[in-house]
Design a protein around this ligand. Structure first.
Ligand code: XMP
Length: 531
């Protein structure tokens, strides 16, 4: 089964009728499509993302209040550009086209899109040129986030300009009917200062949404979706990592199918200090899950011998994981389903959610490592959610706070923080340093408000002096960042006392490290993990 087949079935399958009012988000391949869907959810409106090929089918029904057309990497005038039938725009449903979505709409209705003379990227000053419902309550001049190489040059009949920037005259447009809108900028990203207001105006005033959807509804819907997918007899094998994502998946699967959910925790030898014990304790005693702990450190580390390339590492770990699961799943006769805590940022950075053209940044192990012949069907109820939404879902499901608030830990574990070869000795060095980092942040409560705080071991040796002797050891970097959803992140400067304690403890207590440095890189341009 190909990955595309998996994602198509797990994300778009049945598209059950919801009792809520609904906004359709058509995915033209933007990095930001799910961010749009999530912004809609933030206004308590249920949103459904569909690929262009399924748009016509879902662009109907009394529950449909509006449609948002996403951005995308194509040029609207190119032959292969993703397109819809222009007749959809006449169905009477309000539409907001964002970036490519606007450009497609313009071309489809007889306007013209051309390459811009200057590419507009980043913060841009926008002037509202005509009062209109979309910009109600928005400043006459406001900062928006642009990212485009094309622009609308000629508007279709019936459209007029409602906002402009210095280099993009048609930065926002509106149809005389008051139903069709287009913006060249991205209201969904946090950099567009009044983006939330613009989306709210579209949802409340243009689409007349009341906002009848709550995050807690997500739990019930996810449980129903799992039941529908798995059927009355199917068994699920759940890959448990110990983090919040798989814990939430575990709670959902257990609610959905009860004892037909079998949790498996793999000790890869790439875990943090104390992790295995915590997982065993929490899941066996608190959740009463049917839990198997597989001791697989030896085989993972064997597979990683001599591997230094980050993508090679990720793929090797992903494949080993799947092998272990396949072996384990054989123990459960009817286990045709594999549940995973894949989140949207993992998906979007590995492959476009709908097989579209979004660029690959990293192969996240829980999606990129799937072999083509995988004979289990994926259950990924969090695939379209962001971390903070998963946390809210976890709370709605009644998971304990210590589990819900845990810092994210990547599937490939310490391997992607142990740059160079992952030997047992180097992993142990990193494990000790990481424990110290966690202890010091938590002891001072400086972990609060942070997304992640961890140690990275660099395969760089430098000279030091200890006692009267020369040392020639490796470097440990401290990564400590703030983020809302893992898609973008900023570094935080910890207190001097904390840095002092971490540095002094690591260089004194961890043999193999004689230098500690602080990572001052945001995302972008860096990623959160070093590999
Ligand atoms: P990056 O390094 O891509 O990380 O900026 C974004 C967030 O995702 C976590 N991460 C992963 N999570 N499997 C996961 O489940 C993975 O392969 C993986 N790689 C990174 C990372 O810790 C950060 O929170």
């Amino acid at each position: 089964m190909s990955l595309q087949a998996v994602s198509a079935r797990t994300t778009e399958g049945a598209a059950p009728a919801r009792a809520h009012e609904r906004v359709l988000v058509v995915d033209f391949g933007a990095q930001y499509t799910q961010l749009i869907a999530r912004r809609v959810r933030e206004h308590h409106v249920y949103s459904e993302v569909v690929a262009p090929v399924r748009a016509a089918e879902r662009w109907q029904g009394a529950d449909l209040k509006g449609v948002i057309l996403s951005g995308g990497p194509a040029s609207a005038y190119a032959k292969e550009a993703p397109a819809l039938s222009a007749a959809l725009l006449e169905r009477g449903v309000p539409v907001l086209g964002i970036c490519y979505g606007l450009q497609w709409m313009a071309e489809a209705l007889g306007g013209k899109v051309i390459p811009s003379r200057e590419r507009e990227f980043g913060h841009t000053r926008l002037r509202v040129t005509q009062p209109n419902p979309l910009f109600e309550g928005v400043d006459a001049e406001t900062i928006v986030w642009m990212s485009h190489g094309d622009r609308v040059d000629r508007l279709p009949a019936g459209f007029s300009r409602i906002a402009a920037t210095d280099t993009c005259p048609e930065a926002a447009v509106m149809h005389v009917s008051g139903r069709l809108y287009g913006v060249q900028f991205h209201p969904e990203v946090a950099h567009t200062r009044q983006g939330a207001r613009i989306l709210e105006n579209f949802l409340r005033d243009v689409c007349a949404c009341r906002g009848d959807w709550l995050p807690g509804d997500l739990a019930e819907e996810a449980i129903q979706d799992i039941r529908r997918q798995v059927g009355g007899e199917g068994e699920i094998v759940l890959g448990l990592s110990g983090g919040v994502d798989s814990a939430v998946v575990g709670a959902l699967c257990q609610r959905a199918v009860g004892a037909r959910c079998h949790a498996i925790f793999v000790d890869t030898g790439l875990l943090r200090a104390g992790e295995r014990d915590l997982v065993e304790h929490t899941f066996r005693h608190h959740f009463h899950l049917d839990l198997t702990v597989v001791d697989a450190a030896e085989r993972f580390l064997r597979r990683l011998q001599g591997v230094t390339d980050p993508e090679h590492k990720r793929r090797s770990i992903g494949h080993e994981f799947i092998d272990v699961f396949r072996e384990q799943a054989r123990r459960f006769q009817r286990a045709r389903f594999l549940a995973q805590g894949t989140l949207y940022p993992d998906v979007i950075e590995s492959v476009a959610a709908h097989g579209g053209p979004t660029a690959t940044i990293k192969t996240h192990h829980n999606v990129g490592g799937l072999p083509a012949d995988l004979d289990m069907e994926l259950v990924e109820p969090l695939r379209m959610l962001f971390k903070d939404e998963v946390r809210a879902l976890g709370r709605a499901l009644g998971l304990p706070e210590e589990m819900v608030a845990r810092q994210p830990f990547p599937g490939p574990g310490l391997a992607v923080r142990c740059l160079g070869e992952c030997t047992p000795a180097r992993l142990e060095v990193l494990r000790r340093a990481d424990r110290i980092v966690r202890e010091e942040f938590e002891a001072r409560s400086e972990h609060q408000g942070l997304w992640q705080y961890f140690a990275v071991l660099l395969p760089v040796r430098s000279v030091g002096v200890m006692g009267d002797a020369r040392t020639y050891d490796e470097v440990c970097a401290i990564r400590c960042i703030e983020s809302q959803d893992g898609m973008t992140a900023d570094w935080r400067y910890p207190s001097r006392e904390l840095l002092q304690a971490v540095s002094s403890r690591i260089t004194n207590e961890v043999r193999g490290i004689n230098r500690v440095v602080l990572d001052l890189t945001s995302k972008p341009p860096g990623t959160i993990e070093w590999e």
